[in-house]
Design a protein. Structure first.
Length: 382
């Protein structure tokens, strides 16, 4: 064996060892990428849950806000009642004080006169008619005293009842205010908590996106090294392709036309009905080219009642995009598509709005608002 043969053998052996090392590293990079994609998906699902909670909180706050006027009107009624009861109590207290003063004077007069005064009045009667007149006079005085005492008792009872009503009104008023404050504070605190968690989730999302970017760059460098060694990797990967969720906010729209229906609740002014739109409707004319928003595989191409001629593309990780009301379909089930590829022509098949393109984005079976996913910077109008 010559020196040259030995050298070449060593070189090839070294190349194989290096290639095996790079391949192993490439496999590890792919595993890291898969792990980060999984974490990114988890943050996306968590974020949707938080946004759902925030929607519920804002809905409850909106309801509370609509109730505030009624509650404040009720509080004003209680306030007026309190003021009215307070005025009545002041008036009753004045009446009570006057009656009390009169009774005190009467009691002092009776005390000074004593029983002897009554007896002398009766004994001073010279005739039976005088006696009857004096007796009648005494009865009138006694009756007036009885009425005065009864009126005083009534005033005290009425005053006590008004004071009780006042206390109840004040208590109810305070409870109303406290409950309103508690509800406002509760919703505000819950909203703040959810926003804090949402901020953390957004930070985690950015961290995972950055990690994915770095691992993809590392994968590309390893592929370049293998290419320099004249070798290819058995690892099934394409480091240039990001996942669907990684491209959120960067996806080109399916058509460059005005959006006339957005995602979410729509109120029909004519019939006063609420409809939940699960996607976007673009005012595209007949036979406008419809583009795939991302690479993937056609999961369905055909007719769906209510949607017309429809294409559904599977973008991986259980993300799907749907394109409906087309006049013709350019792809069939099972076809691979790339981002920006023509997949259909717009139309009005099964459309109640006339010609246009209806588009949805779904994760599993849950519909998502497409607007945060699309890059509309090239759109001339919305």
């Amino acid at each position: 064996m010559t020196v040259r043969t030995v050298f070449l053998s060593l070189f090839f052996f070294s190349t194989l060892v290096r290639g095996a090392t790079e391949t192993k590293s490439l496999q590890e990079v792919q595993e890291k990428i898969n792990g980060e994609r999984k974490l990114l998906l988890e943050t996306e699902i968590k974020k949707r849950g938080i946004l759902g909670a925030l929607y519920d909180i804002n809905r409850d706050l909106s309801r509370l806000g609509s109730d505030i006027e009624a509650i404040e009107a009720q509080l004003q009624t209680y306030q007026k009642n309190i003021e009215s009861y307070a005025r009545i109590i002041v008036r009753l207290e004045r009446i009570r004080d006057r009656q009390k003063a009169l009774l005190n004077e009467r009691l002092r007069a009776l005390y000074k006169l004593g029983f002897k005064g009554y007896a002398e009045l009766l004994l001073s009667s010279e005739t039976s008619s005088d006696f009857s007149r004096n007796m009648k006079f005494l009865k009138i005085i006694a009756k007036k005293d009885e009425i005065a005492i009864e009126n005083y008792k009534k005033s005290l009872g009425l005053l006590a009842r008004q004071q009780t009503l006042l206390r109840k009104q004040v208590k109810t008023y305070i409870q109303f205010q406290q409950n309103l404050t508690i509800q406002k504070n509760y919703f505000a605190e819950e909203k703040e908590k959810q926003l804090t968690i949402l901020s953390q989730v957004d930070n985690d999302r950015e961290t995972h996106l950055e990690a994915l970017k770095e691992w993809r760059e590392a994968g590309l460098k390893l592929e370049e090294k293998l290419a320099q060694l004249g070798m290819t990797s058995e690892v099934n990967s394409d480091f240039r392709k990001g996942s669907f969720v990684e491209n959120k906010g960067k996806l080109a729209p399916p058509v460059y036309r005005q959006i006339v229906q957005k995602y979410g609740i729509e109120i029909n002014e004519r019939f006063q009905t609420r409809i939940f739109n699960k996607g976007l409707f673009f005012a595209a004319p007949e036979k406008d080219r419809v583009f795939s928003i991302f690479f993937g595989k056609v999961a369905f191409a055909g007719w769906i009642d209510g949607y017309g001629k429809t294409i559904i593309i599977d973008h991986g990780d259980h993300y799907y995009s749907l394109y409906a009301h087309n006049s013709s379909l350019q792809k069939k089930t099972g076809d691979e598509v790339i981002a920006g590829e023509t997949i259909a022509q717009s139309g009005d098949s099964a459309s109640l709005r006339g010609p246009g393109l209806y588009m949805e984005i779904r994760h599993f079976s849950e519909s998502l608002d497409p607007l945060p996913w699309l890059d509309l910077s090239k759109m001339t109008s919305l």
